[in-house]
Design a protein around this ligand. Structure first.
Ligand code: ASP
Length: 595
């Protein structure tokens, strides 16, 4: 039978007690982690979010009736214990914060009993994800998840403190809104009052934060929930949290400088000293050197452009790609020359997954001879020149991709990461940040047959590139920047267009008619007519940031109630059907979907 808390006051959390508290009478409350009855003594590990504390029940202290109740405690019972803090009588437990002390119970109240949980509440759980997520309220009791969520809360506080000190105001923007153009599908909410009309949940507060700049709020931030209805890749969530900000009358350096201060403070919370200034790499250099706009700088192994070296050689795959306007680039995997054929074939398959037609390779044997998929098509001099250009030495493996630049970067960028993983050359203790700048403003979407914004349509081009919008839109550089950590994009933003003539040009390049642009963003274009300060902003993915800070394997480990890959919640079983009456009220009718 559960007892009440009447008259009881918790004096502290379990693991807040130290040897300084010895001799004190305390009242603690928590869950029974473990209870062992060792003839005349009960040892109970009591757990709350601070950690674990050992409680000792002895008959002499708690009386016969109390001792009997203590003997019946089982895992996950919620209890309150009043007792005296003493030195541990047994061996000190070095794995526990409270390993030098224990509490001798004088009073016990069972506040709530528990059935046997479907899985043990323990760190590094071996329990299948599905079962844990179905009972997420139990999973969330596990100390490793609690540690992550506690850090998350503290990071949000630090962000608030830092940005407030930097002159930012925290302002909320609507959840029920109009579609915002971040390029993904919207989640729609039907309106009851306006049958047939829908709100969209925000993909980001983008337009609202720009309007706040128009309205003179100067510096805004928000820890904002965003929604994107994308086909879920392994570690994406349909709703996620951004640290979102916008600043007036600033340039790229100003935005970067505020954010470097923020990153320094936030990462210091996990003992990482972010060296300032963070290095900056242009998009072009990132692609040329790392084959990625989010380069992992924890190791070197750069891409090497050998287009000029192999131009006119006898190998048709290379020359064909060059003639078609592409390039030939390679990677030198140090010391991997003896890689067995089977493993090399796997690399070839890996490359094909990223769009390569094949992967040319050359192993430099220890005796200086070669084993290669293409050497027979080239003269000895050509091979020597190629090996030299690649910095290849005896014992190295050289791999080459020849195709359109986009394919070559993608293939080798991913292969670089894969080889580094296999070679175990990534120092997991490193936190390597970089800013990637000067992104292309637009990218051509082959499926749509037109350009689309690489960031979003409100990104300002480089002033000197504006004329290219009419002649060669693919060449226009954007005043955009991403912050990258260990090969993961932490956040990104841009200087915004604040002139309606440039905004119209941009919409034009994106294939909007004047009418359609007005229909979607008329209020923004109107706002630009009434005096708008130049402005810029940035948003971080908070979930990802915390994940990297705590070294979690999955984004789900840093979100209290995450969804799984098909965007459902295993605990609440959302999304679910609704009553016919609810649909009727909204003026909606379901159409049977083809299976
Ligand atoms: N709204 C952008 C995003 O969600 C960030 C920004 O430009 O501030 O990626």
């Amino acid at each position: 039978m559960a007892e009440t808390m009447k008259g009881l006051v918790r004096t502290c959390r379990c693991a807040e007690l130290t040897t300084d508290d010895i001799g004190k009478t305390v009242t603690v409350m928590g869950w029974v982690q473990k209870n062992r009855n060792k003839g005349g003594l009960c040892f109970t590990d009591l757990r709350d979010r601070s950690g674990i504390l050992q409680i000792i029940f002895e008959e002499a202290q708690i009386g016969a009736e109390g001792f009997e109740r203590a003997g019946k405690l089982r895992s996950e019972f919620v209890i309150a214990v009043t007792g005296e803090v003493v030195h541990r009588s047994g061996e000190v437990n070095k794995n526990l914060k409270t390993g030098e002390i224990e509490v001798i119970a004088k009073d016990l109240r069972v506040l709530s009993e528990s059935e046997t949980p479907p899985f043990p509440i323990e760190e590094n759980s071996k329990t299948k994800d599905e079962l844990r997520l179905k009972h997420r309220y139990l999973d969330l009791r596990r100390p490793d998840i609690q540690k992550n969520l506690i850090l998350r809360s503290k990071v949000c506080m630090e962000v608030r403190n830092c940005l407030t000190e930097e002159g930012f105001l925290e302002i909320e923007t609507p959840m029920l809104t109009k579609s915002t153009p971040e390029g993904a599908r919207d989640y729609l909410v039907p309106s009851r009052v306006h049958p047939g009309s829908f709100y969209a949940l925000p993909q980001s507060p983008q337009i609202f934060k720009q309007l706040l700049m128009c309205s003179g709020y100067d510096r805004y931030f928000q820890i904002a929930r965003c929604f994107r209805d994308e086909d879920l890749r392994a570690d994406r969530q349909p709703e996620f949290t951004q640290i979102d900000m916008e600043l007036s009358v600033v340039d790229v350096d100003d935005v970067i400088s505020v954010n470097e201060k923020l990153l320094k403070r936030v990462f210091a919370m996990v003992g990482v000293d972010v060296e300032l200034p963070i290095r900056r790499i242009t998009w072009q250099d990132a692609m040329d050197n790392y084959g990625s706009d989010k380069p992992d700088l924890r190791f070197d192994m750069k891409l090497i452009d050998v287009t000029e070296v192999v131009k006119g050689c006898g190998f048709g795959v290379f020359t064909g790609a060059i003639e078609a306007g592409g390039s030939v680039r390679g990677l030198c995997a140090k010391g991997q020359g003896a890689m067995p054929r089977k493993k090399i074939d796997k690399l070839v398959d890996f490359a094909k997954d990223f769009g390569a037609k094949g992967l040319a390779y050359l192993c430099i044997n220890e005796d200086g001879t070669y084993k290669s998929s293409f050497a027979k098509f080239m003269t000895e001099e050509e091979i020597d020149a190629l090996v030299k250009a690649m910095g290849g030495e005896a014992g190295d493996l050289l791999v080459f991709a020849a195709d359109k630049n986009k394919v070559v970067w993608d293939v080798l960028g991913n292969l670089r990461l894969e080889l580094a993983r296999q070679m175990e050359i990534i120092d997991q203790s490193k936190f390597e940040f970089c800013w990637v700048t000067e992104f292309p403003l637009l990218e051509f979407n082959d499926e749509l047959g037109r350009y689309q914004a690489m960031h979003h349509p409100f990104t300002m081009p480089f002033e000197e590139d504006i004329p290219l919008l009419d002649t060669d839109p693919g060449k226009v550089r954007a005043q955009a920047y991403d912050i990258v950590l260990n090969g993961t994009e932490l956040g990104g933003g841009s200087i915004r267009i604040h002139r309606d003539d440039i905004q119209e040009k941009m919409f034009d390049a994106l294939g909007f008619t004047k009418e359609s642009a007005y229909e979607q963003f008329g209020f923004l274009l109107d706002a630009f007519k009434y005096g708008v300060p130049p402005h810029a902003g940035l948003a971080y993915g908070l979930d990802r940031m915390i994940m990297l800070m705590v070294g979690a394997d999955s984004i789900r480990d840093v979100i209290a109630f995450p969804k799984v890959k098909d965007a459902s919640c295993l605990m609440t079983e959302a999304p679910g059907p609704v009553a016919a009456a609810q649909l009727a009220e909204l003026g909606l009718e379901l159409v049977k979907q083809d299976e």
